[in-house]
Design a protein around this ligand. Structure first.
Ligand code: CMC
Length: 429
């Protein structure tokens, strides 16, 4: 294969180096293009633009492959603990038993949040969306740990910031749940595992005992792993972009949470359940909603369908669907929205509109059904996505910082008016 790509622009020819990844993906390094030819590249939504090299996650959308640091998502979801996957993503290798115990112990030691954070919750209006609160709460950690403001203050300080964030995230997410219903918060219990602690803080009532259900714990562990990273998606790219200005980790992650909130990204998991409920309330006619999604004059989209990168199937959706069946069966829950989801999936997968556009159920399509069976309110679903995605965001940020990447600053093609002179206000007609 040629080592360069030749490009001729308005009579100026140049050769650009090719980069070949370990899985043989080919990229053209266009960083010298403007200097050589005066041209920049244009790619709305970065549909065909690699923003970085990365050794964290490999994704083949055509083959439905997702691997973290070389390990398949199927194997990780089946065999690993969430904190093991977090370690793998952030540090590059699976931990030894000793490393894992130290990592787990360090995270357990930092689960508590300052009581001033609790006071901040009092200021939120009842009914405010959990994601808005999460964005603010993560960002506010920088006020409590001012040493985190300089992300270049050395590896030890940086790892402390990382472990603090991983440790406090479940506590913050659970506090948001409690605040939503006006109940007192439940403190972390550090003899519990990461997942157990989160479930306990979320579902235990201060007045009652709460027994952790191993089915819930396993399902939650799996769901968090399935969300842990997804290479250069909208929120990860946001974390990298914000972090590239050397904003602190808490600010960068908080920006990633904001990006995740949108319904085209992580916010879709809330919208899927709301859509399924609306279809159920409307008599369960899946075809009617398929037709709406196909109608170009109707803004309605089938939420939980389609993906920028997966064009055959989303491997995470396959695992989640199986898990949804298992959890619901174990709990003896019969959820009519699961039946509607299956009907909708069947109808869409046999419809030429969806087949031609390669639209398949994505990770968000079935996750909400499990979350709901476990007792999470719909508005918390995207918070759960964020809880799972946190290690991925941290890993992406860390890689970007370690690579000493320059500040992210795209170019544009200006399409506005050319130079013209200013007419004073009183002379304008
Ligand atoms: N329902 C109906 N039509 C759709 C849908 C959908 N969910 N998704 C894409 N299309 C159509 C779209 O109208 C377009 O048709 P045409 O070629 O005739 O104009 C074609 O498929 C390509 O769509 P696109 O919007 O250009 O594709 P994209 O890669 O820019 O968008 C997406 C990907 C995920 C934003 C989009 O599929 C979508 O809006 N899906 C619903 C929201 C959703 O489930 N998001 C969660 C994504 S997975 C979790 C995550 O990682 O965030």
């Amino acid at each position: 294969m040629s080592e360069t790509a030749k490009i001729s622009i308005q009579g100026v020819e140049t050769e650009l180096p090719l980069l070949v990844g370990t899985e043989n993906e080919v990229g053209i390094d266009i960083s010298g293009l403007r200097a050589a030819t005066g041209a920049v590249t244009l790619d709305f939504g970065y549909k065909n633009t690699g923003s970085t090299t990365s050794s964290i996650t490999y994704l083949d959308g055509e083959a439905g492959i997702l691997r973290h640091r070389g390990y398949s998502i199927e194997e990780l979801a089946d065999k690993a603990e969430f904190l093991e996957v977090a370690y793998l993503l952030i540090n590059g290798e699976l931990p030894t038993k000793e490393q894992y115990d130290a990592w787990d112990n360090e995270i357990r030691r930092h689960t508590l949040v300052n009581t001033d954070i609790q006071n901040m919750f009092d200021a939120w209006p009842t009914g405010s969306h959990p994601m808005g609160q999460l964005i603010a709460m993560i960002s506010s950690l920088s006020s409590f740990y001012p040493e985190s403001l300089n992300p270049n203050s050395g590896e030890e300080a940086r790892m402390r910031t990382i472990t603090r964030l991983l440790a406090k995230m479940p506590t913050l997410c659970a506090m948001i749940s409690k605040n939503r219903i006006g109940h007192p918060i439940i403190y972390p219990k550090n003899n519990l595992s990461y997942v157990e602690n989160y479930l306990n803080m979320t579902f235990k009532h201060v007045t009652e005992d709460y027994e952790l259900d191993p089915v819930f714990v396993r399902a939650m562990n799996k769901l968090l792993i399935l969300h842990a990273d997804h290479e250069q998606n909208c929120s990860a790219s946001t974390v990298r972009l914000v972090g590239s200005s050397h904003a602190n980790l808490y600010a960068s992650i908080s920006a990633g949470v904001a990006a995740l909130w949108g319904p085209l990204h992580g916010g879709a998991n809330q919208q899927v359940i709301e859509m399924l409920e609306a279809i159920a309330a409307d008599g369960g006619d899946a075809q009617k909603y398929i037709d709406k999604a196909k109608d170009k004059n109707d803004p309605f989209r089938l939420m939980g369908f389609g993906h920028r990168v997966y064009k055959n199937f989303d491997p995470r959706a396959i695992i989640i669907k199986k898990s949804a069946d298992e959890v619901l069966e174990k709990l003896g829950v019969s959820d009519p929205t699961l039946e509607i989801a299956k009907k909708l999936e069947q109808a869409a997968l046999s419809d030429p509109y969806f087949i031609e556009r390669k639209l398949f159920p994505n990770v968000d399509f079935y996750s909400g059904i499990i979350y709901r069976a476990m007792g999470f309110p719909v508005e918390m679903f995207t918070v759960l996505f964020a809880l799972g995605r946190l290690p991925g965001w941290i890993a992406q940020w860390r890689e970007m910082m370690d690579d000493k990447q320059p500040i992210g600053r795209p170019r544009q093609i200006y399409t506005g008016p050319v130079s013209r002179s200013f007419t004073p206000l009183n002379e304008r007609g």
